[in-house]
Design a protein. Sequence first.
Length: 275
Amino acid sequence: MGGSAFASGENPLYTPRMPSHVYELVKSRCKSALRDLYIYVASPIDGPAKRDYGDVDVLMTCARGEFTGRSGIDVFPETVVKAIQHALEPSMCWPKEAARILPFPGRRTFLPTATQPSSPNATSRSTGAVHDAADVSGQDQAGGFTRFHVEAEYNRRLDEYIREKQTDAVWKDIKGAFPAADPTDKYACQYRGCTIKALKKVIIEGDTGFGVLPDEDSPMRDKDGFFILENVHDFISRKGEEVGRAAMARHHQAYEDLFETRGPKRKQETSSEVA
């Protein structure tokens, strides 16, 4: 039951979110009181760096009072614990709302520049040990690096992610610089297709075969291989058309070479048919 259940109705209550020190005090008192009634009382692991809390979540089982019904079976704490462990197996089907209490798969560090944390490239795995993950929760980034020795892997994944996103952005800019042509104009469509493909090869793949290169004082990548986006945009605007003309020339040359190669063969086949 969330705080909104008490903050609405005829006699609403003021239910502000709790700061950390209030939350810890309330949680401690609740668990202490519940231990008089239940054998097992626990709370889920709180999210790291959380500043305030809306409620207190408590899990309990095995009531201390004796069973007074007409019939019953002997239930021992050990049996209940085994049943809970069995129910928490990952193979069990769980509703979406209960996904938060599945076994903790490990600790992963999210990359700060990742706009889509669900992407597999947006995280760097730190550990699969539950106690280690619980122990480090709430520490800063440096503390996690020291504990798990993953700084090099984290930086590698971060650089890889940035390069991937930069490549996507550059490819989008290339296509945006040359809008789609009139579909009835075959030459314009062909020119655009050759131009954007050639720019992709020159800028992203580093192809020098078109003879159009960036200026020495305006490289498109830095020493670490990251794009210098200002220089990329400048290259597209100043030399995009030149790359397009070179691409069309290469396209026509390839067509002529193909025609010359097939010409004698076609002529030979025609002579054979006449004979």
